[in-house]
Design a protein around this ligand. Structure first.
Ligand code: DAH
Length: 339
């Protein structure tokens, strides 16, 4: 086979190669030690000596051309292969990535934060109470002496040394007054947990939260309390629920009221949640009893005030139409995602 013929055959084969394996076969056929080009080289011995130089040069040129064509084709096939792979393994940037899921605020916390913001706007400071209280602050200073029957209604865990798990955040009132050495006016709220022997049902739990409020100043009357509570309820419920004041009794207030909000479940018609009344109590309140002012170091002839205790879970239930108080503690993520 002459050089020209071999060249056109090799080139045609190389250009037509569609896969690396075919190209490799071509390389072996033409460029390997026993390949066609090597055979041309070894044919030099049959060429007359005067033509050997020219012959050698042309075979060399042929070898270079085939090699170059081979390399170019190899690079082309490599690129094609890479492109195909990239296409196949392409990352779809529009797919959702791995994200860390955020936690959710419990409705309990949402209500506390919102109440704090409402009362802060009204000039109330926020105090932190304590879950473990003394009998003195939980009861005695609040006009509930040792033998008072109201203690039975708020039975709790007692520990040695006159300590107990607080039954009401009202203990925070007594702290605010006793610890105010200047006996100056007070405007404070104190949110926290309370513990009580209670039957657990849709609206009761042995552990629940309250926000205590206390305002002590000169000339404070029940109408101040009423105005403030109306404002609180309308901001908290956005006018969605009706409220009513009911006269009531608490040892530490006189007169005392309870505030009810129309039931979220039946909108006031009466159902199992509101025990057929159409209303759910959310807070107790009243004018601070003179005995309480006196025992906490305030002169009831100079000062008067009002106090209130809001049930946090009750507010959450009414605001978010939650049908069972226990949902608030169960930490079921499907429930919490709703907030
Ligand atoms: N401490 C009361 C309770 O646990 C709620 C309460 C009623 C708080 C009247 C007050 C108040 O501050 O004035 O049921």
């Amino acid at each position: 086979m002459d050089i020209k013929e071999l060249k056109s055959m090799a080139m045609e084969a190389i250009f037509g190669a569609k896969a690396k394996a075919t190209l490799e076969e071509i390389r072996v056929k033409y460029l390997s030690k026993k390949g066609a080009v090597a055979q041309l080289f070894s044919g030099i011995k049959d060429v007359p000596p005067e033509h050997r130089g020219e012959y050698g040069a042309s075979v060399n040129a042929l070898k270079n051309e085939i090699e170059e064509a081979y390399k170019a084709k190899e690079a082309e096939l490599h690129k094609e292969e890479l492109d195909a792979r990239l296409k196949k393994e392409a990352i779809d940037l529009t797919l959702p990535g791995l994200s860390l899921s955020k936690g959710h605020r419990n409705p309990y916390r949402i209500i506390v934060d919102e109440a704090i913001s409402i009362f802060s706007d009204l000039g109330f400071e926020v105090r932190e109470g304590r879950d473990i209280e003394t009998e003195e602050f939980n009861f005695t200073l609040l006009n509930v002496p040792f033998d008072h029957p109201a203690r039975d209604m708020q039975d709790t865990f007692y520990v040695d040394g006159g300590l107990l798990l607080r039954t009401q955040t009202s203990a925070g009132q007594a702290h605010a007054m006793v610890e105010n050495e200047a006996k100056s006016p007070i405007r404070m709220v104190c949110p926290g947990k309370t513990y009580r022997r209670d039957d657990d049902d849709m609206t009761h739990s042995h552990q629940f939260g309250q926000i205590e409020g206390l305002l002590v100043d000169k000339g404070i009357s029940l109408s101040d309390l009423k105005g403030m509570l109306e404002l609180f309820v309308s901001r908290m419920f956005g006018g969605k629920r009706e409220i009513r004041f009911r006269s009531s009794y608490f040892p530490f207030t006189e007169p005392s009221v309870e505030v009810d909000v129309s039931c979220a479940k039946c909108s006031g018609k009466g159902c199992s949640m509101c025990k057929g009344t159409g209303w759910i109590e959310i807070l107790g309140a009243g004018e601070v009893h003179p005995n309480v002012l006196r025992s906490c170091g305030y002169d009831p002839d100079v000062y008067s005030g009002f106090a209130f205790g809001v049930g946090i879970e009750r507010v959450a239930m009414l605001r978010y139409d939650i049908d069972d108080i226990r949902r608030i503690y169960q930490n079921d993520i499907r429930f919490l995602r709703g907030f």
